[in-house]
Design a protein around this ligand. Structure first.
Ligand code: PBG
Length: 363
């Protein structure tokens, strides 16, 4: 009859030599993977993926009419800023050696209308922010701008509505084209098409080229899901959405469809593809990475950040380790660049600590 498991375990623990005839150890052969985990130096030597500060892009919210920065309650550490703060933010981003910034404009309520007209206005909050950012940033920092209507429409949808209240795809495209040219004139290096309208990349690319902005790139939110994890963002931009976005953003249950979206956007001229959200869609990032050769970006969205912040505030999770791990995992899945609300602090940490310290308090 065999020994009870607890007695066998006690025997194994008491035994520090090679397996005896009474304690049967499985043969280890010559392979001991733990040899590569023994010291920080060895771990760094064989580490497969590293996040660099230049991989990181900071989303920035600029709100019309503010005189000072105002915290977003559902996103600790994130603020709505006045246009006058753009230079300071750009300086901090440059100093942290970030890859770039992604600018979002928040108009005043009175500037919103059914067509989102304030998005294209030359004097609009987003275009003024892009101008200020481009003037402050050197060539090392990429200035990107969100190209969508949801912040600017009274109904909060990413496009204009038809008589039945449905988002009218093709009428929206001509507005996106105008917005894109306005952002290019203001100095954006990349426009981020985030509305999930069919044909948006082609419409924007054509408009940019016709206006001779051939050097302005398109970062296409190609694979953007209708996600519950955007909740805090809608606070951040004061979005007044009624209804949902299920008619244009992707179904979280689908991954093969990501190939279709990605291939279309590449054929329409996308320079960079994006998958969004990131954490719950790592399989999709990996999939898009393997079927396309353009860079694949990922957006670690507001709800992903809020979850970590909330758990950390309760003392339930090691905040900094969780942040660094989440970014590493997004990179491991195949994404670069990575948009994250933690861009500044993660970059500062990465630049301050040699990576041999990765996971320093959890080892
Ligand atoms: C739409 C847009 C959204 C986000 C970025 N661009 C929200 C949405 O589709 O409802 C979400 C970003 C986040 O949650 O951090 N312009």
């Amino acid at each position: 009859m065999s020994q009870p498991a607890s007695a066998r375990l006690a025997e194994v623990l008491a035994h520090d030599g090679p397996a005896s005839s009474t304690v049967q150890m499985p043969p280890l052969g010559t392979r001991r993977p733990r040899r590569l985990r023994r010291t920080p130096g060895i771990r760094a030597l064989v580490r497969e993926h590293r996040v660099h500060s230049s991989d990181l892009v900071l989303p920035v919210f600029i709100r019309e009419g503010l005189t000072e920065s105002r915290p977003v309650t559902s996103l600790p550490g994130v603020y709505q800023h006045p246009v006058g703060k753009v230079r300071e933010i750009i300086d901090a981003a440059s100093q942290a050696e970030l890859g770039g910034v992604m600018l979002f404009g928040v108009p005043s309520e009175t500037d919103k209308d059914a067509l989102g007209s304030a998005a294209a206005a030359a004097g609009g909050v987003l275009n003024r922010s892009i101008e200020a950012a481009r003037a402050a940033a050197g060539p090392d920092l990429v200035v990107m701008s969100d190209l969508c209507l949801d912040e600017f429409t009274t109904h909060g949808h990413c496009g204009v509505l038809d008589v039945h209240g449905h988002v009218d795809n093709d009428r929206t495209l001509s507005i996106y084209a105008d917005v894109a040219v306005g952002q290019a004139v203001a100095g954006a290096d990349f426009v981020g098409t985030s509305g999930m309208m069919d044909g948006q990349v082609g419409a924007v690319r054509t408009a940019l080229d016709e206006a001779r902005h051939t050097t302005v790139g398109v970062m296409a939110y190609a694979v953007k899901y209708a996600s519950a994890f955007y909740g805090p963002f809608r606070d951040a931009v004061g979005c007044t959405l009624t209804g949902d976005r299920l008619g244009y953003q992707m179904d979280p249950a689908n991954s093969r469809e990501a190939s279709v979206e990605a291939a279309l956007d590449v054929s329409e001229g996308a320079d960079i593809l994006m998958v969004k959200p990131a954490a719950h869609y790592l399989d999709v990032i990996h999939h898009v990475r393997s079927v396309c050769d353009v860079p694949v970006a990922a957006y670690q969205v507001s709800g992903e950040a809020a979850m970590v912040e909330a758990a950390a505030a309760q003392g339930w999770i090691a905040r900094e380790e969780a942040i660094d791990e989440s970014l590493t995992c997004i990179k491991r899945a195949g994404a670069q660049p990575i948009l994250t609300y933690w861009a500044l602090e993660a970059a500062q940490r990465l630049n301050a600590y040699p990576e041999k310290h990765y996971g320093r308090t959890t080892t």
